[in-house]
Design a binder for this molecule. Structure first.
Ligand code: FES
Length: 99
């Protein structure tokens, strides 16, 4: 598993604007199980909660937990399974609850 950060990402992390990164797997298994919908839900939730300046949403290629698709990782935490029905609860527990 590799994460590629751009120069811009590193600058943002260095100055402390973005303090959380959510990675959503868009690999084959996760794509088939609804990664696109999960990403859209995260986008909407981040916007609704006004966390756009603190949370960055990134796509990742295979987080190594294909049987648990859709796989999501917050910062360097564990890779967890999320679906359309659980994305709101996941966001409250693992993202909004940390601010
Ligand atoms: S394809 Fe998503 S974890 Fe492997």
């Amino acid at each position: 598993m590799y994460t590629i950060y751009t120069y811009f990402d590193i600058i943002i992390l260095f100055i402390g604007v973005v303090i959380m990164i959510i990675q959503v797997c868009i690999g084959s298994a996760c794509h088939l199980k609804g990664a696109y919908n999960v990403i859209n839900s995260f986008h909407q939730l981040i916007s609704e909660k006004g966390l756009g300046d603190k949370v960055t949403l990134k796509a990742a290629f295979c987080l190594g937990h294909c049987t648990g698709a859709v796989s999501v990782q917050v910062d360097d935490g564990p890779v967890l399974s999320v679906c359309d029905r659980t994305v709101g609860q996941f966001f409250d527990e693992h993202v909004a609850g940390r601010f």
